[in-house]
Design a protein around this ligand. Structure first.
Ligand code: AMP
Ligand code: MN
Ligand code: MN
Ligand code: MN
Length: 280
């Protein structure tokens, strides 16, 4: 029987909808044997997830997904096997939370001027909640108010580039994110690189910079990667000597293409990032 390994998931501490324990419950149902919780810019859910995994006999990997910038483009870096209490990780989370809160407030303000919103500020409630506020939360608010058909539509109509609620954001560089992950004893993994709008040449430069800064892995297998995407990612893994990681990028039940613990297998010639981790 092949093992189901999921090294990229979200809980309600960032833009997922499930509590960490509920996420683990679902992973157990899906027969996931090793699970990482990788919330955007926070690792506060890891203690609860670790306890739930212990109950279900699932190997747990404490993780995070850091938002970072490279050549003006947003890049996501997953940290796996981190000491979540490490000061460098905590400092990075604090910095990112401040940037995120300011951005969400600015988006709420911009959208409140739109006629369709009738002066309502959809960020106000969100900014009073604990957790990392994201544009996905705002997309859900727009959905609730009947102002978008689905999450994609909310981005297409309101939140995306050139839309009324778009606030560009400069993120701190990838080097600092990698440094914090490595300092905390973890492995830095370049997340979903097929989604960045880069030519093969620029993707190669990103992967080289990522490796040079101490990066150890790259996600090569996620739901929704086309055979061509996977081939591009595998090529970079081989070229840079990066280990391969796999994950669902799960956010919520009902997204048929992103169920927790369901994705293609790693090819045999790629070193699995899991070999360098010791799940708890
Ligand atoms: P933020 O990190 O605040 O920019 O929020 C972005 C989050 O929204 C991502 O982590 C995704 O979960 C989600 N997201 C981004 N773009 C889209 C999109 N086009 N459709 C649906 N969800 C999206
Ligand atoms: Mn997300
Ligand atoms: Mn991401
Ligand atoms: Mn993610």
């Amino acid at each position: 029987m092949s093992e189901l390994i999921d090294l990229h998931t979200h809980s309600y501490h960032s833009d997922g909808v499930l509590a960490p324990a509920a996420l683990v419950e679902l992973a157990a149902k899906r027969k996931v044997s090793v699970l990482a919780l990788t919330d955007h810019d926070t690792s506060v859910g890891c203690a609860e997830a670790a306890a739930a995994c212990a109950q279900h006999g699932i190997g747990f990997v404490p993780g995070i997904e850091f938002t970072a910038g490279w050549r003006g483009q947003e890049i996501h870096i997953v940290g796996l096997g981190i000491n979540t209490e490490h000061a460098a990780v905590q400092a990075r989370c604090t910095e990112l939370l401040t940037l995120r809160r300011a951005r969400i407030a600015a988006i709420g303000e911009l959208l409140s001027r739109e006629r369709a919103l009738g002066g309502q500020n959809i960020a106000t409630d969100l900014l009073q909640q604990p957790g990392v506020p994201t544009r996905l939360h705002l997309a859900r608010e727009l959905l609730k108010r009947g102002l978008a058909r689905d999450q994609q539509d909310a981005f297409d109509r309101w939140l995306g580039r050139k839309r009324p609620g778009h606030v560009p954001q400069q993120w701190p560089g990838i080097e600092g994110a990698i440094e914090a992950i490595v300092a905390a004893g973890g492995i830095a993994v370049l997340a979903h690189a097929h989604r960045y709008k880069f030519s093969n040449g620029v993707l190669g430069e990103l992967c080289a910079a990522f490796k040079a800064a101490g990066g150890g892995g790259i996600e090569v297998s996620l739901p929704g990667t086309s055979p061509n995407d996977t081939a591009r990612l595998l090529r970079q893994a081989r070229l840079q000597g990066l280990a391969g990681s796999v994950g669902s990028d799960f956010h919520q039940p009902g997204f048929a293409w992103r169920p927790v613990g369901r994705f293609a297998k790693l090819p045999e010639d790629i070193a699995p990032v899991l070999a360098q981790l010791r799940p708890q």
